[in-house]
Design a protein around this ligand. Structure first.
Ligand code: ADP
Ligand code: MG
Ligand code: MG
Length: 915
């Protein structure tokens, strides 16, 4: 084509026609991701749709490279770019038979942003470029509908005015409102040619007023300025906010798509809309969306007019609807993903203007992945990989408590565009929402409609409500993507921004009042309602997780201290308990007092008595755990924390004692005084003991295995409780697999000591009980020395469990509690550490220690069982590392078990995709 002849020899190629996709793709080694990076997602897919034979108005794409060059040069076009644009423009003129700026047969163009990753509505687009006074007059003279012509022209001035000239859109909207009022009509669609002609005049005055210049009458000038403005919109605040929230790099730049206009506002046989190939909230099959008759572009997404559901299009224009369904199917099959499409019908003819992978809720994501695998569009492996493990978290989102809803009348109903419940105080604009949220308040942002500028408020809010807007409105899209519960199009509700209040009938709610929303059902309630967390009963999720189970190699266990947690973990798919922290049992009411007596005891007998009193409690706890984990291994860790944690804090005791002594001075009766003296004595005892137990670094002090060595009776009691419970359960027919774990080991001699104690106690219990139960003995690895001498430890230990919280503290030599409130956050902010090592395992340091420990341990004991029980066990990136390093299982909190199952499958499939 002609492009080659005009292009200057030196300038790189910056512009490609939609029809030149093959060439672009071949130039990039057939790498579709690179094509998207160069042409942007919108441009790449427009060209791709042309190739697939979908009806797309002709056009071309100015690459992201051009944008980067433009921004790098301080917002000037790189040499050669404009000439290339004009060359491609000629090609469009040829294929449409119209000419840009020609009053007889004018070509009108849109100039559209489009980055590699979709950022809906965040950047700018200008429609109807190419209109001027002369062109408009020419169109009317050659019998075009004057209403259409002036509507298009005023839209051009309005969009060009706000996007390119940065005039507040409200100035234009105000004029339209006045025109509607004086014509006595409710909607723009009812305004006639004369009204729009007046709008054009008044808009031109506004432009002159704000800029001191006339609205540019040269179509080429319009195109040049619009292209520059679209490039520049890459760096607007809202675009930057969005990229930060969506983790999109800031150096990609946007492409610009320049495309022949088609007119959804041509007449009543014209329409424009957005269609999803499946329901984006629930994932149900069948196209879903909104449209408007006799409207253009932004009208649908902006939420200014109440849109109609696509079901109505089926009635109104059955042929076009059928064609849309057929194209949706074709695009889904091609992209193997749910599509979000923009379409326009001009005088009965359907055009596609955009397609992209649709944003969807977690529920829809899971359902679509499973359905597509069942339809044969995806393999099961692909379906599993489609759903990011973190998304499973959304199934645990709170819902409004059904009991709180009984007999309560909703404030209003709207569309349930993003599920989950949210409770908060009404904030009527994004800045307020953000400010209040920063102050720690829960807010629900309530708006007439949301605009791209509102994103920071939506991110800060717990939930979003809008008065207008449809399923594909901007608010809905963003809420879904970020998992914010949202109800849009609540028509009963009226937002009054001047009075800072919302009204529903006679009811008035002020900004700051509480409301509750149910994004799953699309309902808004007055007041602050209770919420509950549901269980993961979703059938598609169950299917997906069962597939994940087939592909993963890592086992998944849970950290659970109570039978109720163990039950829940098992329901969520845990294959045993990886960590039961016995100290949690010590804190329960009725027990703490015994534990304190044990700590305060002055003689060994006194202490033994207290310990013996604890035995029945511990035993019954373990019975509960074994029952709920019948047939699965249960790792119980012996007492770990420093003893002072069971006593009141030092400062608190000093304070209490002072208070008591002051009160003593004012007491009158003997019994009062006696009682106070008693209390003083107890507190004094506590204080003595607390003083004696005080350590400068308690986390590195008398805790873990060190306690068991100093107080062997404690180890004996715990071992006895575990094994007696095991025997009791076995008698009931429960299959028990107890495993006893020693915390904080650093030297093999410590393990040998505890093993001796354990074995002698076990022998005794088994004799008394007249049965024997296999019980594994193992250790936590949470100190570098343990990792480095793991071969020695493996002589005693039959299993290892990496306690990566402590292992991270001891490897870095930092105290987590102090660091996370202090320098660590600075480190992360300044990029000194890439991420928080307490959230994701530090691969190079802690990861290396794990690797060494596994290697050494297995060299001595090939069947050594190795797991992890730190909080990292529920973190997908850490789980991937555990898979790589050959651990046998991860153990995490019950609610993270499903996330871990999916993450473990992702890890396996990433390393062995062919599985
Ligand atoms: P966004 O990324 O904000 O969706 P788009 O570039 O997709 O911006 O365009 C905004 C609106 O204008 C969309 O509704 C789109 O369908 C419409 N539009 C864009 N180009 C054309 C065109 N050539 N003809 C008709 N409508 C168009
Ligand atoms: Mg779009
Ligand atoms: Mg620990």
């Amino acid at each position: 084509m002609a492009a080659d002849t005009r292009r200057s020899a030196a300038a790189p190629r910056y512009v490609y026609l939609f029809s030149e996709l093959e060439e672009v793709q071949a130039g990039l080694g057939d790498d579709w991701d690179a094509v998207r990076a160069l042409l942007g997602g919108k441009g790449a897919n427009l060209a791709d749709m042309v190739r697939l034979g979908a009806p797309v108005p002709p056009g071309f794409t100015v690459t992201t490279e051009a944008c980067k060059a433009f921004l790098a040069a301080g917002e000037v076009f790189p040499p050669g770019l404009w000439e290339q644009v004009l060359t491609c423009l000629e090609a469009i003129e040829k294929s449409t038979g119209k000419r840009f700026g020609d009053p007889r047969a004018p070509l009108l163009l849109s100039c559209r942003s489009g980055a590699k990753f979709s950022m809906p509505g965040m950047m700018d687009t200008v429609l109807n470029l190419g209109l001027s006074d002369e062109v408009a007059a020419g169109m009317v003279a050659s019998n075009a509908d004057p209403r259409l012509v002036y509507d298009l022209y005023r839209r051009l001035i309005q969009m060009f005015g706000s996007v390119v000239l940065e005039i507040p859109d409200e100035s234009f909207e105000k004029v339209i409102r006045e025109l509607r009022e004086s014509a006595g009509v409710a909607s723009d669609a009812e305004l006639g040619a004369e009204a729009w002609r007046q709008a054009v005049d008044r808009f031109k005055t506004i432009v002159h007023h704000f800029t001191g210049d006339e609205f540019p009458q040269s179509p080429r000038e319009q195109l040049r300025l619009a292209t520059a403005a679209v490039f520049a919109s890459w760096n607007t605040r809202r675009a930057v906010d969005y990229r930060n929230a969506a983790n999109i790099p800031h150096d990609l730049g946007t492409a610009v798509n320049i495309q022949a206009m088609v007119f959804g506002n041509a007449d009543d046989d014209s329409a424009t809309g957005v269609a999803m190939s499946r329901n984006p909230s629930t994932g149900e099959p069948g196209i879903e969306g909104d449209f408007l008759c006799n409207a253009q572009g932004e009208d649908v997404v902006a939420g200014m007019r109440q849109t109609r559901s696509l079901d109505e299009l089926q009635q109104l224009m059955p042929e076009q609807y059928a064609q849309l369904v057929e194209i949706a199917k074709r695009l889904e099959t091609h992209y193997r993903n749910m599509q979000d499409m923009e379409f326009t019908i001009e005088r009965g003819r359907l055009w596609l203007l955009q397609t992209r992978d649709g944003k969807r809720t977690a529920q829809a994501e899971v359902r679509i992945a499973v359905d597509m695998a069942e339809e044969g569009l995806l393999t099961r492996q692909e379906a599993v990989c489609r759903v990011s493990p973190d998304r499973v978290d959304f199934f645990l989102h709170p819902q409004l408590d059904p009991r709180a809803l009984e007999g309560r009348k909703p404030l209003g109903r709207g569309l349930n565009v993003s599920p989950g419940a949210a409770v908060g105080t009404i904030a009527l604009d994004a800045d307020t929402a953000e400010r209040w949220a920063k102050d720690g308040r829960d807010v629900i942002m309530v708006r007439p409609e949301t605009k791209p500028d509102d994103v920071h408020g939506m991110l800060a809010a717990r939930g979003v409500v809008t008065e207008r807007g449809g399923r594909t409105s901007h608010a809905a899209l963003v809420a879904r993507q970020f998992g914010k519960p949202a109800v849009v199009g609540v028509e009963a509700l009226h937002v009054d921004l001047d009075q800072r209040e919302i009204t529903v009938g006679d009811l008035v709610l002020k900004e700051g009042d509480w409301i509750s929303i149910d994004g799953t059902g699309g309902v808004v309630y007055e007041g602050r309602l209770e919420t509950v967390v549901p269980d993961l009963e979703n059938p598609q999720l169950r299917t997906l997780l069962s597939w994940a189970d087939e592909f993963r190699r890592l086992g998944v266990r849970a950290n659970a201290d109570h039978p109720r947690d163990a039950d829940r973990a098992r329901r969520l798919g845990a294959e045993g308990i990886g960590l039961c922290r016995t100290e949690h049992m010590f804190f329960e009411p009725g027990r703490l007092e015994i534990v304190q007596r044990m700590i305060l005891s002055k003689s060994r007998t006194e202490r033994s008595e207290a310990i013996a009193e604890l035995l029945p409690f511990q035993r019954s706890d373990f019975v509960g755990l074994f029952r709920s984990m019948s047939g699965l291994p249960v790792i119980i860790r012996l007492l770990d924390p420093p003893l002072h944690e069971f006593l009141p804090a030092y400062d608190e005791l000093i304070q209490d004692l002072a208070d008591l002594k002051v009160r003593l001075q004012h007491m009158h009766t003997m019994s009062e005084i006696d009682e106070a003296l008693d209390q003083i004595r107890t507190k004094q005892d506590f204080l003595e003991r607390v003083k004696a137990l005080r350590e400068a670094n308690p986390m590195l002090g008398t805790r873990g295995v060190r306690l068991g060595i100093l107080i062997p009776d404690l180890t004996r009691m715990q071992v006895r409780a575990i094994l007696e419970a095991a025997c009791e359960c076995r008698r009931e027919g429960v299959e028990v697999e107890p495993e006893i774990m020693i915390p904080l080991t650093s030297h093999v001699a410590e393990l040998r000591d505890q093993q001796r104690t354990l074995e002698s106690e076990a022998r005794q219990v088994f004799e008394e009980q007249r049965m024997e139960i296999p019980c594994r003995f193992g250790t936590m690895i949470e100190i570098p020395r343990a990792a480095l001498t793991a071969d020695q430890l493996a002589e005693c230990a039959e299993f290892f469990s990496f306690g990566t919280n402590d292992l991270t503290q001891t490897t870095f030599g930092i105290s987590r509690d102090d660091a996370e409130a202090g320098f660590l956050m600075q480190y992360i902010k300044r990029g000194i550490l890439p991420s928080n090592p307490f959230a994701t395992i530090d691969r190079d340091g802690v990861g290396k220690l794990i690797e060494i420990a596994i290697g050494l341990g297995r060299s001595r004991r090939p069947d050594l069982v190795v797991g992890i029980c730190g909080e990292h066990g529920g973190d997908p990136a850490s789980i991937a590392l555990c898979h790589e390093l050959g651990l046998d299982y991860v153990s995490c909190s019950p609610y993270r078990v499903p996330i871990a199952r999916l993450a473990a499958a992702h890890a396996a499939l990433a390393l062995h995709p062919g599985q």
